[in-house]
Write a protein of this length. Structure first.
Length: 343
């Protein structure tokens, strides 16, 4: 009748297998300490007893929640939604579950979210929001990995933003663009994305190219982004009419809105516009005209971030102490599509 019981305990399993409760506990927490034969005996018993693991009991027993916290700025920008999707998909590989909060740029809210995550005894944190400085996050004394944000005092995984921008500029040069334009939201020098601004200026100045950067706060909704990009397009039309324009936009979501503005105005992508974005999130492929984009290899960034975080979690369990931040860089890849490769 044991297999009819709702809650099978370690005592039930021990009695069924003639092993001690200590041996059963080792099977769940340190299976490598048992022989393969004994592991097989216990596994067979669990199946016959219809055992359902009690996660709450396991957390109380060993203090490991297997929870990782995530804080992202928003879900409007497709880069953030895609990297969240890629991080969540690592569950099968690593077995960690995730608690997710959206900061929306509020320091007060983000500090509240952090306290909530700590109350759930998260084992580590992945942070993409730019709201709180890394020195404040480092003082949490928690395994933590940043992605594409200021990371002076914490470990991080970032794309090589400088090299990615050079790839974009080289592509635009190959199409004989006469003016190079960069559209970006404001960013600070300590933010990885600032390397895009820096690389764009370096490339244009090195090759003595006519260029201009539009640095404008875009907002976090379609209406706000559309309004700002409409204003930028009006300036471009006024100042650079009739010449081949190579436009590098720092983000696929913004590039898609900009492309839609052109299509709505002209009914097609004019021959004097060449457009490259950054991120290669799904929206670049889904756009009405597929958008050329610098791929950050988001899947690799997500996997490396989880792997780096888990290594910190394990290191802290073995020897709780401060560790120097580790910074990993993922090489970008240019994905040319129809906004530059015109027939």
């Amino acid at each position: 009748m044991a297999n009819k019981k709702n809650n099978i305990t370690f005592s039930d399993i021990a009695k069924y297998t003639n092993f001690s409760k200590t041996t059963i506990s080792r099977y769940f927490n340190h299976p490598e300490t048992l022989t393969e034969q004994n592991r097989n005996i216990i596994a067979e018993a669990l199946e016959k007893l219809n055992y359902k693991e009690n996660k709450v009991a396991k957390i109380l027993a060993n203090g490991c929640t297997e929870f990782i916290g995530i804080i992202i700025p928003n879900l409007y920008v497709r880069y953030y939604s895609e990297i969240l999707n890629q991080i969540l998909s690592t569950y099968e590989a690593f077995g960690y579950k995730f608690l997710v909060f959206i900061s929306n740029g509020s320091k007060e809210d983000e500090r509240t979210y952090l306290q909530e995550l700590l109350a759930y005894k998260i084992e580590g944190l992945i942070i993409l929001s730019h709201t709180l400085p890394s020195i404040e996050l480092a003082n949490l004394h928690l395994p933590l990995v940043a992605v594409e944000r200021e990371d002076v005092y914490i470990s991080s995984v970032n794309s090589d933003n400088y090299q990615g921008t050079i790839l974009a500029c080289e592509n635009l040069s190959s199409h004989d663009c006469e003016v190079f334009l960069h559209i970006s939201a404001p960013t600070t020098r300590t933010t990885p994305a600032y390397k895009r601004v820096e690389a764009f200026d370096d490339y244009c100045e090195k090759h003595q190219l006519l260029h201009h950067t539009f640095m404008e706060e875009m907002g976090a909704s379609h209406e706000e982004v559309k309004s700002h990009l409409t204003h930028i397009l009006e300036q471009i039309e006024l100042n650079y009419s009739g010449i081949r324009k190579g436009i590098f936009i720092s983000g696929d979501t913004y590039a898609n809105v900009f492309l839609n503005l052109l299509i709505r105005k002209y009914g097609y992508l004019p021959n004097d516009y060449f457009l490259i974005a950054f991120d290669d999130s799904p929206i670049s492929r889904e756009a009405i005209i597929p958008i050329s984009s610098v791929s950050q290899q988001i899947d690799k960034i997500a996997f490396e971030a989880i792997e780096l975080l888990i290594s910190q979690i394990q290191a802290q369990k073995e020897r709780p102490a401060f560790c120097e931040p580790v910074h990993k860089i993922i090489s970008p890849v240019l994905i040319p599509r129809e906004t530059t490769e015109k027939n």
